[in-house]
Design a protein around this ligand. Sequence first.
Ligand code: ADP
Ligand code: 5GP
Length: 196
Amino acid sequence: MVGAVMATSAAAPAGRLFLITGPSGVGKGTLVAALLQRHPQIWLSISATTRAPRSGEVDAQHYFFLSREGFDATVAAGGLLEWAEFAGNAYGTPRQPVEQHLAEGRPVLLEIELEGARQVRRSFPAGFQIFVKPPSFEELERRIRGRGTDSEEAIARRLERARVELEAEAEFDAVLVNADLDQALLELEQLMGLGG
Ligand code: ADP
Ligand code: 5GP
């Protein structure tokens, strides 16, 4: 067990589980990519999903892209730490690599949706969970559309889900508003005890 981390500062976060959640399009992936570039000691979990790869996404790098049958078999074998349905697809966190990297003393980062975050809260109560929210709902919609990766139907489902997710911010250890990206990155680093 690693010592407790407070909401605003912390010792070097070795062997600690961090989780970032927030509505689709808020900028989680962008923030996480920038964070990992600056702090390569952090190990980012690669999720399994039944979603089709977006253009540019690589299997085993962005996700493990599975058939529904493959995903269900992984669940049945107890291979996922958590899993959830999101906007018509299943997503889940492979258990073994998370446990292995924590045991090795690496800070581990999960970037997952709300239902999965709730499951992880039960299995890792000492983990630190950060909710990322947009400056406004209109800006969230602009970002999802601006990303240009989702069909109209997928955008509608993600926005509908976002309204539910945005109600949940009070459950989290910290809330981060992603308005200005550089500022949000600095705040994220502070929350994770990574400097400044
Ligand atoms: P998520 O991983 O939460 O679904 P993404 O990281 O894919 O979100 O970001 C969605 C879109 O918003 C991308 O086009 C990204 O470049 C843009 N974006 C992310 N953060 C900001 C920000 N602070 N200001 C403006 N645009 C942003
Ligand atoms: P996307 O399709 O945009 O890559 O991801 C959709 C949503 O699924 C995002 O909110 C993302 O955080 C979430 N997600 C990604 N991987 C996992 C996972 O392993 N488990 C859960 N519960 N959600 C995930």
